[in-house]
Design a protein around this ligand. Structure first.
Ligand SMILES: CC(C)(COP(=O)(O)OP(=O)(O)OC[C@H]1O[C@@H](n2cnc3c(N)ncnc32)[C@H](O)[C@@H]1OP(=O)(O)O)[C@@H](O)C(=O)NCCC(=O)NCCS
Length: 465
C-alpha cells in the first residue's frame, strides 16, 4: 500500500459526516489493497444504447445538480392499460408464484438461463422457496411477476419482476418505489431485443400502481450506475472450489496448506449471540434503520418487511433461505448487533464430479459499534466488531450447510475479515458471477452520486441488497 494511502485520515474533526463516513469506507477498502482493482470501463457511449438512451436515466457524464425525477410525468390516465405488443408467436403472462406449477416454471427458466460466469461454468440456482421469499414481500403486486410464453407450447421463455420498496436518497424518501429483479430471457431468444420490451412492460405495470421510480442492479454497465459493487469470495470448502476450477492453487502452496488456511472453528466466540426471534423485529428494525442512515441511498424497512426479509419463521421464508442472528445485551436486553446471510447455490456444468456448489451470501447487518465520530478509536472498534460478526456468520453458515464459499457484496467489508489471508478477491478467478454489479436508479435521481467515467471510483454510499 502506498504510504500516502496509509496516512489518509477520515476527517480532521471528530464529527462523522456522510462524506467522512464515505472516506472511512474507502479507507477500509484500501486497507487490504481492494482499492487496486482493475478499472471497469463504460463499454459504449450513451448515444449507442439504443434502448436506454430513450429512458429516463442520466447520461454517464451528467453533472446536473438538480434532484428529482428526470421524467416528472405521473399521469396514470396516460398509461396504456393494455400490455405492450409482444413478438409474433409469443404472449404475455402474469405468473402466480403461490402456484407450485408456475413457481417451478420460473425456477426452471432461471436455473437453466439466469446469470452465469463468462465461461458458462457456474450459474445461479435460486431455489423455488428462495424465489417465493424474494418475490413475495409485504405488499407485493402479483401483476409485477411478468412472463412471456411461446403461444403454441406454453413454454415460459422470459421473466421479469418487481417488488415494492421504500427508498431514501439522501434526505428524500420515496415511499413508493419498485425494485426490478430476475430479468431473464431464454438462451435461444437472446439478442432479439426482448429485454427492452420486458423492461417497458414491467415499468408500465409499475406506473399503473402510481409508481414512477425503480431501483435495480445489473451485471453489465447500462446508463448510469449510481454505485458499483464487486463480489468478493471467502472460500470455505477450498478443495471443492479447486476441483471445479474456481480457485487456483497459489504458487508455492500445497493443497493441504490451502485446506488448512480456509478451515473454520466449529464454535463461535461472540458472546450473547443467538438466532433472531419474532420478539426482536422491532429492535432489529430500529437498529437497521439507524445504521442505514449513514448511507446516501438505502432501502427503508417497516417491521413487517424486517419480519419477512430477516426472520426465518415467517410463512413465506420458512425453510433454508435466510439466517439471521442477533447479539443481545444480557442486562439491558438491547439488540446491539445483527447479521444475516442466505443460501444461493450455483449449478456447475461440465464437471465429472460435481454439479453444484453451495454459497452463503451476506445479507443485511447492523451494529451499534458503527463509528459515531471520526476518531481512530471509533473506527478501530467498528472494524473489530465487523470482524467478530463476520467470523461468526462464516462459522454458522459453515455449520449449517457447509457452503463452498461466503460471499460479500460490500467491498469495505473485506478488510473486516481479512485477517490472515482468508479472503479471496474475485480476481483470483474468472469464474465470478458476475464480477461487478451496478446499482441503477430509474427516473431518479437526476444527479448521479459521485459518478465518474472510471466506475471503480464510484461512491460506495449505497446500501441495499
Ligand atoms: C440480460 C438478458 C435478459 C439480456 O438479453 P439479450 O437477449 O442479451 O438482450 P436484448 O437483445 O433482449 O436487449 C438488448 C438491450 O437490453 C439491455 N440489457 C441487457 N442486459 C441488461 C440488464 N441486465 N439490465 C438492463 N438492460 C439490459 C442492453 O443494454 C440492450 O439495450 P441498449 O441497446 O440500450 O444497449 C439476457 O442476457 C439474460 O437473460 N441473461 C441471463 C440473466 C441475466 O444476466 N439477467 C440480468 C441480471 S443482472
Amino acid at each position: 500500500m502506498a504510504p500516502e494511502k496509509q496516512e489518509k485520515t477520515v476527517s480532521s474533526t471528530n464529527k462523522l459526516t456522510a462524506a467522512s463516513f464515505r472516506e472511512l469506507l474507502e479507507r477500509l477498502a484500501l486497507a487490504d489493497g481492494a482499492g487496486e482493482e482493475e478499472e471497469s470501463v463504460i463499454p459504449k457511449k450513451f448515444e449507442e444504447y439504443k434502448f436506454w438512451k430513450t429512458q429516463p436515466v442520466p447520461k454517464f457524464d451528467d453533472e446536473n445538480d438538480v434532484e428529482g425525477p428526470i421524467d416528472p410525468n405521473t399521469n396514470i390516465s396516460a398509461v396504456p392499460t393494455e400490455p405492450l405488443r409482444m413478438l409474433k408467436d409469443f404472449e404475455w403472462v402474469t405468473l402466480d408464484v403461490c402456484d407450485e406449477k408456475q413457481l417451478t416454471e420460473i425456477y426452471s427458466l432461471l436455473t437453466e438461463n439466469y446469470v452465469e460466469d463468462s465461461s458458462s461454468m457456474l450459474r445461479f440456482d435460486y431455489s423455488a422457496k428462495f424465489l417465493q421469499w424474494a418475490l413475495m414481500p409485504p405488499g407485493y403486486v402479483k401483476d409485477w411477476h411478468v412472463g412471456v410464453r411461446v403461444k403454441s407450447s406454453g413454454k415460459l421463455v422470459a421473466f421479469i419482476s418487481a417488488i415494492p420498496v421504500q427508498v431514501r436518497v439522501r434526505d428524500r424518501v420515496f415511499e413508493r418505489c419498485s425494485e426490478v429483479n430476475f430479468l431473464c430471457v431464454h438462451k435461444k431468444l437472446r439478442s432479439k431485443r426482448l429485454t427492452p420490451v420486458l423492461i417497458k412492460e414491467v415499468t408500465r405495470r409499475c406506473h399503473l400502481k402510481n409508481i414512477w421510480q425503480a431501483i435495480y442492479t445489473a451485471g453489465i454497465v447500462v446508463p448510469s450506475p449510481i454505485s458499483t459493487c464487486r463480489y468478493l469470495h471467502r472460500s470455505i470448502n477450498w478443495k471443492k472450489l479447486y476441483d471445479i476450477g474456481f480457485s487456483p492453487l497459489p504458487l508455492g502452496s500445497s493443497e493441504e496448506r490451502e485446506i488448512e488456511r480456509f478451515g473454520l472453528p466449529k464454535k463461535t466466540e461472540l458472546p450473547n449471540l443467538r438466532r433472531m426471534e419474532a420478539k426482536d423485529v422491532e429492535q432489529v428494525c430500529d437498529l437497521l434503520t439507524r445504521f442505514l442512515e449513514r448511507y446516501e441511498l438505502a432501502q427503508l424497512f417497516t417491521h413487517k418487511e424486517v419480519e419477512h426479509w430477516l426472520l426465518c419463521g415467517n410463512p413465506v421464508s420458512k425453510g433454508p433461505v435466510i439466517w439471521t442472528y442477533v447479539v443481545e445485551d444480557p442486562e439491558t436486553k438491547k439488540i446491539t448487533d445483527f447479521f444475516s446471510f442466505y443460501s444461493l447455490p450455483s449449478s456447475v456444468s461440465g464437471n465429472p464430479k460435481y454439479n453444484h456448489i453451495s454459497a452463503a451470501y451476506l445479507f443485511y447487518y447492523a451494529t451499534e459499534s458503527y463509528p459515531r465520530d471520526g476518531s481512530d478509536s471509533a473506527q478501530e472498534k467498528y472494524i473489530h466488531r465487523l470482524k467478530e460478526l463476520l467470523q461468526s456468520a462464516l462459522i454458522l453458515a459453515n455449520n449449517f450447510w457447509n457452503p463452498n464459499f461466503f460471499l460479500l457484496e460490500q467491498k469495505h467489508l473485506i478488510s473486516a475479515i481479512h485477517y490472515g489471508k482468508d479472503v479471496r478477491h474475485s480476481t483470483v478467478t474468472n469464474h465470478t458471477i458476475p464480477h461487478h454489479f451496478h446499482f441503477l436508479y430509474f427516473n431518479h435521481p437526476r444527479r448521479p452520486q459521485q459518478t465518474n467515467q472510471n466506475l471503480s471510483n464510484h461512491l460506495r454510499g449505497v446500501f441495499t441488497v
